[in-house]
Structure formats: structure tokens, C-alpha cells
Design a binder for this molecule. Structure first.
Ligand code: PMV
Length: 304
């Protein structure tokens, strides 16, 4: 029997542009999804995935391990446990894909390094979801905080200290796929405008990387505000996100933005320790749910 867990993720800077080959910054969060695989004496494969909204990812991961990694397994029972399921937008699909592949490789002794694991899990996600940058897969595999270029062209861990991050859930579940499609349609219609926005976002991502590496969270917060302006221009923010972002800013946060595809899910803010409580209270008061997570956490691992 083997148990593997993979972290959730939050996008700090660069969503949408990253789908088109630009960079982003993502951090792994300590809400971990767990996959347990137990060999059985027959040849049946049974899956019990209560916290996972779509078992196609597990099915596709098993198919890939069998056909591409030539894992010859007998029967097994696979169960998942997730504290975050599909809500919050913490990336349950990528976490379950990565954890399933890692568990299969470990239990059936296939030598798969992290890069190979990333490539395989990214292919599974692409085959089901269509367009996606893979940043969530990278977070699940490598953990920590990453500077990531769309498709995994660059996956660079950033040595950052404690990230003074506050997370607020809007209570609204949004569909990343719909928003990705919407941006693709906009880009086709207004290529110049959208590409100009992507370039602007990419510039802020690079600046944010420098600020985060030097621990200048105040400037990083400011860059979150600038990033959010572009996301607003792209049309992916929502009234609820704006209300929570405004509340966090008014309570003294250095900066705030949506995190992920937009339309709902979570907003994030950077705030000094001295105003953290006020920011959290403001988010709650404005109708959000503060989600306590520790960022910059470990990637996929075999649990004892
Ligand atoms: O909504 P999320 O958390 O899955 O994030 C989507 C981020 C996008 O850049 C819009 C898509 C992607 O695959 O990078």
C-alpha cells in the first residue's frame, strides 16, 4: 500500500498571460490532496474519489502510466481524500493527477523523476481540459514558490521568505475553462490590445520576482495592484472579487488581486503583520471567507 499527497496552489502573478507562453509566479499551499493505492488479489481496478469532482483525471493518469510507462499492475484499489475538492480553485485536478501518477510509479517501481512526472501530468491535464499552462501541475510536483513559463519551458524555484499572504474566498465557484476560452476569443478579436496586456503582465511578473527575492513585500503588493488592473481590463474580475480586493486595500493591505482564472474563486492580498488581522476582518465583513493556508509548501511526496 502507498499513500502520496500533493499540495494545492495559488497563482500570485501572471494568470492568463501564462497560457500564451509568458511567465507567472505560483506558490504551493499546504492543503494537501491524498491518494492511496492498495494492491488487491484480483485484476480489478476500483476507484473511490469522494473529494474529486471529475474522476477522468484519475482514469487518464492510470491509462498513461500503463501505456507510456509500461507499468504492469495487477488489481488495485485507489482512494482519494481532499480537504479542498473543487471549491477555492486550489487545483484539485492537477493535484489528483500528480499524486496518482506518483503513487503508481512508486508502488510499481517505475523510475520517474520530477520532470518526467510534470510532463506526464501536464499531458493528462491537456488531454482533458484543452488549453492550460501547467502552472498548477508544476506547483503540485515541485511545491514551493515557482517562476514558471507557460508549458513548463522554465520551472525555477524561488527562495523567498515567509510570504505575508491573506486569502479570501468569494464563495463563487468559477469555471477556468470558460474564462480561458473567453480570453482566447478576445485575443482573436483584438490581438493587439490583448497581446499588449499580456506583455505588461509579463513585465510585472519579472519585477515581482525580483521584489519577492529581496523580501520587498510592499513593492510586490504594489505590483499585485498593477496586475489586477490588467485583469480588470481583460474582463475577468467580478463584482465580488472587487469588493473583497477593495476591503483588503482599505484595511491597509499593500496590494490585492484575484488569483486564477477569475470570475470567482479566491482573491489574495499581501499585508504587513500589523494589519493582517484588520485585513482578514475586512474581507469577512465584506462577505468573503478567509482561508488560512500556508504558502511555499512542499511538493508531491510519499506519506508515511
Ligand atoms: O483558475 P485556476 O486556478 O485554475 O487558474 C487558471 C489560470 C490560468 O492562467 C487562467 C490558466 C492556466 O492554465 O494557467
Amino acid at each position: 500500500m502507498i499513500t502520496v499527497s500533493a499540495p494545492g496552489k495559488l497563482m500570485l502573478f501572471g494568470e492568463h498571460a501564462v497560457v500564451y507562453g509568458y511567465p507567472c509566479i505560483t506558490t504551493a499551499v499546504d492543503t494537501r490532496l491524498t491518494v492511496t493505492i492498495e494492491s488487491t488479489h484480483d485484476s480489478k481496478v476500483s476507484i473511490d474519489a469522494p473529494g474529486v469532482k471529475d474522476t477522468r483525471f484519475v482514469d487518464a493518469a492510470i491509462a498513461l502510466a500503463t501505456t507510456e510507462w509500461h507499468i504492469h499492475h495487477g488489481g488495485f484499489r485507489l482512494t482519494t481524500k481532499s480537504p479542498f475538492s473543487g471549491c477555492y480553485g486550489f487545483g484539485s485536478s492537477s493535484a489528483v493527477t500528480v499524486a496518482t501518477l506518483k503513487a503508481l510509479a512508486s508502488l510499481f517501481q517505475a523510475e520517474i523523476d520530477d520532470r518526467k512526472l510534470f510532463d506526464a501530468a501536464y499531458n493528462v491535464i491537456l488531454s482533458i481540459q484543452g488549453a492550460a499552462s501547467g502552472f498548477d501541475v508544476a506547483s503540485a510536483v515541485f511545491g514551493k514558490t515557482l517562476y514558471f513559463v507557460g508549458g513548463g519551458k522554465v520551472i525555477e524555484p524561488l527562495t523567498v521568505g515567509d510570504i505575508p499572504l491573506v486569502v479570501g474566498y468569494t464563495g463563487v465557484k468559477s469555471s477556468s475553462t470558460d474564462f480561458i476560452k473567453m480570453i482566447a476569443a478576445k485575443r482573436e478579436r483584438y490581438p493587439e490590445k490583448v497581446n499588449r496586456i499580456f506583455l505588461g503582465i509579463a513585465k510585472f511578473v519579472d519585477q515581482a520576482k525580483e521584489k519577492m527575492l529581496s523580501g520587498d513585500w510592499e513593492r510586490a503588493g504594489c505590483l499585485m495592484d498593477f496586475n489586477q488592473e490588467y485583469l480588470r481590463d481583460l474582463g475577468v474580475s467580478s463584482e465580488k472579487l472587487e469588493v473583497l480586493i477593495r476591503a483588503a486595500k482599505d484595511a491597509g493591505a499593500w496590494g490585492a488581486k484575484l488569483s486564477g482564472a477569475g470570475g470567482g474563486d479566491c482573491m489574495i492580498a499581501l499585508a504587513a503583520a500589523g494589519v493582517r488581522q484588520a485585513v482578514e476582518e475586512a474581507i469577512t465583513h465584506a462577505g468573503g471567507e478567509v482561508v488560512h493556508v500556508t504558502p511555499n509548501t512542499q511538493g508531491v511526496r510519499i506519506d508515511p
